[in-house]
Every structure is written in structure tokens, then in C-alpha cells.
Design a protein around this ligand. Structure first.
Ligand SMILES: NC(=O)c1ccc[n+]([C@@H]2O[C@H](COP(=O)([O-])OP(=O)(O)OC[C@H]3O[C@@H](n4cnc5c(N)ncnc54)[C@H](OP(=O)(O)O)[C@@H]3O)[C@@H](O)[C@H]2O)c1
Length: 206
């Protein structure tokens, strides 16, 4: 086992070096580490925002490149990048986090195309609200209207693994989350931002 702070500079290279030194070949990469920040952006700590971007965006991008290269050389492999339902909508009070996940969507789904013919597949997972420590870390309160969409970590992980080993492009676990994602793509963005801002603002008293 290797414990590594992935928000540290060059963390991805450190991980690759450690794996290489142990003589291990990596056939599966799951970029799951990440956290969110909820609140008024003007009041957020910038070093903490930068750390979040470093982890959610930079480390994920670098790990994907390093291990996809290794997998392509070896003739194949599986990558699962964990985005979020927040990737589909610019969300007030969680805007910087949602933007990191919109990056994961755009980067991962584009790179999947480039990986064709290498034997390496890249699947993107878009969980909705999931019962983990995420909300505690993000200081987030779940709006009551979202309660029906909440899934267990187990259900989300199973859906993600099934999709990854089936080499699917994307997986949105849960029926309600799928419906939400659909509406995010067809409704006017201004409307979605307004409604999301109202819901999150009301839940948190902003
Ligand atoms: N829970 C949700 O509602 C939800 C919804 C959509 C997307 N997601 C995404 O799902 C992924 C997993 O989050 P979660 O819900 O399982 O939250 P979590 O319970 O807070 O777990 C976060 C994970 O990220 C790791 N991590 C955090 N900072 C790290 C760092 N600097 N270096 C290395 N590892 C670090 C943590 O490791 P330690 O335990 O060692 O700290 C932990 O394993 C994240 O990418 C998150 O954005 C979660």
C-alpha cells in the first residue's frame, strides 16, 4: 500500500515511481480522490480552493496520462474517472467544485476518443449525492428536495465498476440522477443556475 497526498506537487509522478519500483504493472486506475467546497465563494480560503483544483483536476489529469501511457504500452487497461452530477450544471455556492468536475467530464470524454485502438478504455462516473464523508468535508447541507436521489457508496461503486469493466463511456448511477442530468442538458442554462442557486441557498440560509 502507498499513502500519498495527491494535492502535493508531482504527486502523480511519485505514485508512478513507487509502483515501478515495486515492479507492478497497473491494469486498472480509478481516480476517485477528490473533495468539494460549499459556501460563498468570496469567503472561501484561496489556498484551500487551489488545493481542491490541484487534487480534483491536476492530479487526476497527470495520473491519467502517466498510467494510460503505461497501459497502452502493455496493450490495455481500464480507467475510471470520478466526476459528479455537478459536472452537468454550473452550481452557485459550489461553483469552483462543480467546475473541477465539469473539467473531468470534458477531459475524460475527449481523451476516451484518443485512446481508441490502444486497448485502454476510459469511463467517467457521475455520482449524485452519495452517503460518504463528502458532505461533511464540503460543509454541505443536502436540500430536502434531493433526499430521494441519495444513493449508498456501495451502490455507486458497484455501478462505476460494472461500467468500467464493460468499457462504457459514462455512468450516472440512479434513475433520478439520470433524469436530472437529462434536464440539465435540455433546459436553458440560466434557468438551471437560478433554480440550483435558490435550492442550495435556501438549504443553507444564504
Ligand atoms: N459523496 C458525494 O455526494 C459525491 C457526489 C459526487 C461526486 N463525488 C466524488 O466522489 C469522489 C469520492 O468522494 P467521497 O464521496 O467518497 O468523499 P469522501 O468520503 O470525503 O472521500 C474522499 C476520498 O478522497 C481522498 N482524498 C482527499 N484528499 C486527498 C488528497 N489530498 N490526497 C489523496 N487522497 C485524498 C480521501 O482519502 P482519505 O480518506 O485518506 O482522506 C478519501 O478516500 C470525489 O471525487 C467526489 O468529488 C462524491
Amino acid at each position: 500500500m502507498l499513502a500519498q497526498d495527491l494535492a502535493a506537487p508531482n504527486a502523480a509522478l511519485t505514485v508512478l515511481d513507487a509502483v515501478t519500483q515495486k515492479g507492478l504493472a497497473v491494469g486498472v486506475l480509478i481516480n476517485n480522490a477528490g473533495y468539494g467546497m460549499q459556501g460563498k465563494f468570496l469567503e472561501m480560503s484561496m489556498p484551500e480552493v487551489e488545493r481542491m483544483v490541484q487534487l480534483n483536476v491536476t492530479a487526476l489529469t497527470h495520473l491519467t496520462q502517466l498510467f494510460a501511457r503505461e497501459m497502452a504500452r502493455a496493450g490495455g487497461g481500464y480507467i475510471l474517472n470520478v466526476a459528479s452530477a455537478a459536472a452537468f450544471l454550473p452550481s452557485p455556492f459550489v461553483g469552483a467544485y462543480a467546475a473541477t468536475k465539469a473539467y473531468v467530464l470534458s477531459f475524460s470524454e475527449a481523451l476516451r476518443f484518443e485512446l481508441r485502438g490502444t486497448g485502454v478504455s476510459l469511463t467517467t462516473l457521475y455520482p449524485g449525492i452519495t452517503t460518504t464523508e463528502f458532505n461533511e468535508v464540503a460543509h454541505a447541507k443536502t436540500p430536502a428536495v434531493m433526499n430521494l436521489s441519495i444513493l449508498s457508496a456501495n451502490a455507486v461503486a458497484r455501478a462505476g465498476l460494472r461500467a468500467m469493466f464493460a468499457r462504457k463511456r459514462a455512468m450516472i448511477p440512479g434513475f433520478i440522477n439520470k433524469v436530472n442530468a437529462f434536464f440539465c442538458t435540455v433546459l436553458p442554462r440560466g434557468l438551471i443556475v437560478y433554480v440550483t442557486g435558490k435550492i442550495l441557498g435556501r438549504a443553507n440560509g444564504w
